[in-house]
Design a protein around this ligand. Structure first.
Ligand SMILES: Cc1cc2nc3c(=O)[nH]c(=O)nc-3n(C[C@H](O)[C@H](O)[C@H](O)COP(=O)(O)OP(=O)(O)OC[C@H]3O[C@@H](n4cnc5c(N)ncnc54)[C@H](O)[C@@H]3O)c2cc1C
Length: 394
């Protein structure tokens, strides 16, 4: 087998594809900007310091152990005509078959100043940045007594914003106590343009989330549209200007812009269109998965979730191999197992296979999803691994 397979992006979809190829002993290159694979679905925990970075990532080489070669580099472009991937350090990497699993970037919806003046939760480094920024704001409050340092605005009431808010509400009172600041002075606001948060959940579960976050001390401001951001100032429709030491944006995602730049047929969120085999409709030598893929089932686009990305990985690997060997490809079918949102360490809400879960059971189920994922990715060996490995952030 001499065909060159290149996977770009070691997120959920890329890692699951890589693990499947590695198990088969098929040679491939996996290009990723970090030597580790982080669990995006738990980044809010890293931001709130629930665990160490090593709890939210695995070294890629623990999964890619046999036939895969890890290339730590930044992908800067895809040239379909010459079948090469451009990288920042190592130049051009030729491929015969390309698997694109580059994930997502924040979607700012053109809100002026949002990109420049907000923090985002996209990877372990930005999680660490959020944490460090909030801590420095608390210290500045001790220096100058300006209450704006104690105000944190989270824009976006989807899964990321809600889970991050839950985590901050758990973490910050303890930090305040340690520093001698009254936790009652904290002002945490979740701002959402739609009339409700967590649109993917039922009304009762949404209400539960609102109640838990409010009880823990958050102010939930729905039907409130952010129209402009300046340094430390958030402007909302109607003219109100909210001043805050910390502004975090979790309001939307779009696919990695390298897909549009490479000329793929993309939807309005920049995701590249694939057929039922997760093969690009523009290029039979390219397979695309995870948040980068515009995949449809029953005529409806699949939502960008880790759940879908994880399920796509093995199908991507299977179908590349099938094409190489001239065997039939396997169609991708999404199995929606539900959605879980943690509301801090002890509470959560969600639906599992259509059944509503709440409270500690939902929080536990969210934690259990990490173990389940590690089991799928690397079997018992990966699940049982101690978190002693130091994941060094670049
Ligand atoms: C806080 C939070 C909570 C979430 N909770 C859930 C949940 O409970 N359930 C759920 O299903 N989904 C959840 N999601 C969404 C989920 O995380 C994404 O849908 C998922 O990460 C998409 O996986 P992916 O494989 O497409 O890409 P990603 O996981 O985004 O991985 C892409 C990889 O590509 C790498 N990369 C990107 N660009 C380059 C480049 N130019 N060069 C080299 N490498 C590059 C990145 O470093 C990364 O390793 C959550 C998201 C967040 C932020």
């Amino acid at each position: 087998m001499t065909d060159r397979i290149v996977i770009i992006g070691a997120g959920y979809a890329g890692m699951m594809a890589a693990a499947a190829l590695d198990r088969e002993g098929v040679p491939f290159k996996l290009v990723n900007r970090h030597p580790y694979h982080y669990f995006t679905t738990l980044l809010h925990e890293a931001a709130g310091g629930r665990g160490a970075p090593a709890d939210y990532a695995v070294p890629i080489q623990e999964v890619v152990r046999r036939s895969g070669e890890l290339v730590i580099d930044e992908v800067t472009g895809i040239d379909r005509a010459s079948r090469t991937v451009r990288t920042a350090q190592q130049g051009e990497l030729p491929y015969d078959w390309l698997i694109i699993t580059l994930g997502w970037v924040p979607e700012y919806f053109g809100i002026p100043g949002m990109r420049e003046h907000s923090l985002v939760l996209t990877n372990l480094e930005t999680a660490r940045d959020i944490r460090a920024h909030i801590e420095s704001q608390l210290h500045q409050y001790l220096d100058d007594g300006d209450a704006r340092h104690l105000r944190i605005l989270v824009g976006g009431g989807g899964l990321t914003g809600v889970e991050l808010m839950g985590e901050l509400l758990d973490w910050l009172p303890g930090v305040c106590h340690t520093l001698g600041i009254s936790p009652a002075l904290l002002d945490l606001q979740l701002i959402e343009a739609m009339p409700q948060i967590l649109p993917q959940l039922s009304g009762a579960l949404r209400q539960e989330a609102v109640q838990v976050l409010s009880d823990k001390g958050a102010t939930l401001r729905t039907s409130m549209k952010i129209v402009k951001v300046e340094a430390g100032k958030l402007h909302v429709e109607g003219g109100e200007v909210i001043e805050a030491g910390t502004i975090i944006w979790t309001g939307g995602v779009r696919a990695n812009p390298l897909l549009e730049a490479a000329g793929f047929t993309c939807d309005r969120r920049g995701r590249a269109k694939v057929n039922e085999y997760l093969q690009s409709v523009d290029d039979e030598h390219v397979f695309i998965g995870g948040d980068a893929a515009w995949a449809e089932e029953n005529g409806r686009p699949l939502p960008p979730t880790a759940q879908a990305a994880t399920q796509m990985g093995p199908v991507l690997a299977h179908n590349v191999l099938a094409r190489m060997l001239g065997k039939p490809m396997q169609p991708f079918h999404y199995h929606n197992r539900g959605t879980l949102a943690s509301l801090g360490a002890d509470r959560g809400v969600g639906d599992m296979m259509g059944i509503g879960v709440r409270g500690a059971a939902a929080a536990l189920a969210k934690e259990a999803s990490k173990v389940k994922y590690l089991l799928e990715l690397g079997g018992l060996r990966l699940t049982a691994r101690k978190t002693k490995e130091i994941v060094t952030l670049a």
